[in-house]
Design a protein around this ligand. Structure first.
Ligand code: PSV
Ligand code: MN
Length: 430
């Protein structure tokens, strides 16, 4: 049974915060007006902004050492949808879900669509999974999938991806995201070129089978589970593969899949320039693929990424329109709280990037004024746009303070009564 957050509770808690918000919003509006910006136009952009929630994100994650299950974890995709609805009802910016197959496979896709429609949710990019063996599977992915040395194993991985497209069509999606864990753990174990050739051959079969309105997004990752080499290890291999395949193959940037200190915003710029930016998996990272909450470690980096995205929109760059998705693992927090926070932090980076005075920045770039160019970015980054984000939620029926409202609703304790034991979230630790 679905438990929705009571709208009367949202209204009641919003009521207590509205006067303060109105004051802060007016003050920020005045400040922005002094710089020639209309706060209402910016709030309208905040209202339109959407980032998709990963279905696997509502389960508690884990590490390769342990997983500490949370209370009332969803046991199947229908229950995951209930949690996703809570996130969207309070934050009002996550109305789409990115599913992962076969974790989210069901017998009756029509029932899944019906349930998502009833909750006001739609389906975003489909993620395939050939990084794990499933019960009863004929060929193992221990030594790879789309790039495996054995043809039958490659064919099995291709068939799974084709199945994902079919399921995705039933859900109304139009994008397949392919991340493979294929790689090697020992120098010499794999022939780099031959492995990449096999991967490309498999991907060509998938590309040829893509429905007309579909895109295929390739996700790179530097290491893990393969700890010496990975077939699509970085944006270089990624864009090469995407170029080899064709126009509807694009690259997906997961923020946690790069070397520490990597200039991700510059990668984003390059992908935009060559019309190859498919989308994002937002999360944050201190060391590796930490899958921490978005903006929790490097908020300035996230802002600089959005600087590139808003710049592309400002320049009306052809072929620009990436998908925004979260991809995180919540090990010690309530996943609903983390996902709401993260969605807000991604939206915050976008709104701050909208405040950058682009003609002024361009002038400083052209005159090589490094300090003033940097300060122009900082002026936008240092502006607290919280009142805009809160107002955007309020005007859409969401919560001014989503976490306080969620806690007051007691949703987790209530839902735990109906979901006594998750026995595992079904999602992996990669
Ligand atoms: C791999 O680390 C990844 O980022 C891919 O997007 C997977 O689909 C996801 O995590 C879940 O394991
Ligand atoms: Mn990812």
């Amino acid at each position: 049974m679905s438990i929705r957050i009571n709208t009367a509770l949202i209204d009641e808690l919003n009521g207590k915060l509205t006067a303060g918000l109105d004051e802060d919003y007016a003050a920020l509006g005045n400040k922005l007006a002094r710089h020639g910006m209309d706060i209402e136009a910016i709030t309208a952009r905040a209202i339109d902004f959407e980032v998709a929630v990963p279905s696997w994100g509502v389960g508690t994650g884990g590490t390769r050492f342990a997983r500490f299950p949370g209370q009332g974890e969803p046991r199947d995709v229908f229950e995951k949808l209930d949690d996703c609805a809570v996130i969207n009802d309070l934050s009002r910016q996550t109305s789409s879900i990115s599913p992962h197959f076969p974790w989210d496979a069901v017998d009756d896709f029509a029932a899944l669509v019906e349930k998502s429609e009833n909750l006001g949710l739609t389906w975003d990019s489909i993620n395939s999974n050939t990084f794990q063996d499933q019960p009863g599977q004929e060929h193992s992915y221990k030594y790879g999938s789309l790039s495996h040395t054995d043809q039958a194993t490659r064919e099995q991985a291709i068939a799974h991806n084709l199945q994902c497209i079919e399921w995705g069509q039933q859900l109304g999606s139009n994008t397949l995201t392919v991340w493979v864990g294929d790689g090697s753990n020992h120098p010499g174990q794999a022939h780099f070129q031959r492995a990449f050739e096999r991967y490309l051959d498999s991907m060509k079969t998938l590309y040829a089978a893509l429905p007309d309105n579909w895109e295929i997004h390739i996700e790179h990752k530097m290491f893990e589970p393969a700890f010496y080499s990975t077939v699509i290890q970085d944006w270089g291999s990624n864009i090469l593969a995407a170029m080899e395949l064709g126009e509807r193959a694009k690259s997906l940037v997961d923020l946690g899949h790069h070397a520490p200190n990597c200039n991700i915003e510059m990668i984003v710029s390059r992908l935009i320039q060559f019309r190859k930016l498919g989308g994002f998996h937002f999360n944050d990272s201190k060391y590796g693929d930490d899958d921490l909450d978005s903006g929790s470690i490097h908020p300035y980096q996230q802002f600089l990424i959005f600087n590139e995205l808003v710049d592309a929109e400002y320049r009306q760059q052809e072929g620009f329109g990436p998908r925004y998705l979260l991809d995180q693992s919540h090990n010690v927090t309530d996943p609903i709280e983390s996902l709401m926070n993260s969605a807000i932090e991604v939206q915050r980076a976008f709104i701050k990037a909208l405040l950058i005075d682009r003609p002024v920045l361009e002038g400083f770039q052209d005159s090589n004024d490094a300090i003033m160019a940097s300060n122009t970015l900082k002026a936008a980054f240092n502006t607290d746009v919280s009142p805009i984000l809160a107002m955007a939620r309020l005007r859409q029926g969401g919560a001014i303070d989503p976490i306080a409202t969620y806690r007051a609703s007691d949703y987790r304790a209530q839902i735990a009564k109906e979901r006594p034991d998750s026995g595992g979230s079904g999602s992996g630790i990669v």
